[in-house]
Design a protein around this ligand. Sequence first.
Ligand code: HEM
Length: 258
Amino acid sequence: MQSKWVGQWSVVAVFFAALLIISSYLLLPLVPLPWRTAGSSELYLTGVLGAVLLLMPGVYALVKRSDNKAPPRTWLIAHIVMGVSGVIVVTIHAAGGWSRPPAILLFLAYLLILQGAWARSVGSAKLARVMSSRSSALRSERPVDKDALRRILADKTSLLAQLDPSADEATFSPGLGHWIRHPILAYAYVRMAHAEAMIIGARATVSRDLGNWRRVHLLMAAMLVGGIVVHVITVTFFAGYVADGGPITWWHLAAWGD
Ligand code: HEM
């Protein structure tokens, strides 16, 4: 099942990347000169807009962790729409410069979107399978240690009473506010929740898998944000180095590296 998904997504990824590269080569000669000249003010502003759109999903991640009550689905849709439109906008900004060093950022952004989409479809399918499997099927994987489970649940409930007395143990996970106000309690709670998931074997496997996907996604996103910061610093302060002897056509503060 999983290898089928991998196969499908790899085909989509290769198709998507090839389509973008080929269409930018075919369409580029047809667009007005400023829109195909890297560093023009039109493309500069497009880059700024693209970077803002790409950074927005990070805001989603923070809002989700805070005590905000906005419906998570709305935030998730905003996260996906901003990320995908950001990638389209920065593709225009790059003006077909696929062989230039910042193109690494573009490929990283494509990978991030594909990995996010893949994690969601594979992860959700797995979760759905576990949720819909009969309890006998789950029991046969590993017997649940009911006493240990009962002890952990009691500990979790009493810890939660100190961490957030109004919260419900069944749906609670520490938000940004909890981590800031009670970091030690929040950490202890997360460890207990993990131990609980380990006792319920099937759930532990799913949450571990989803956790790994999430970590990869966050790592790639952090690399992209770091790369954008480096790119902006380079074009702003090392404009001479970036222009490589040619004219510096964009807004910059210094031309170091001339
Ligand atoms: C505030 C945001 C940004 C600013 C101010 C900015 C600025 C610039 C400038 C001035 C250039 C022209 C330099 C040159 O001629 O090589 C450039 C090129 C480029 N930028 Fe950005 N950029 C931004 C965001 C991004 C983002 C988010 C990406 C990708 C994820 C990106 C990818 C590229 C690529 C691939 C090129 C190479 C185009 C070429 O040289 O042919 N940029 N950027």
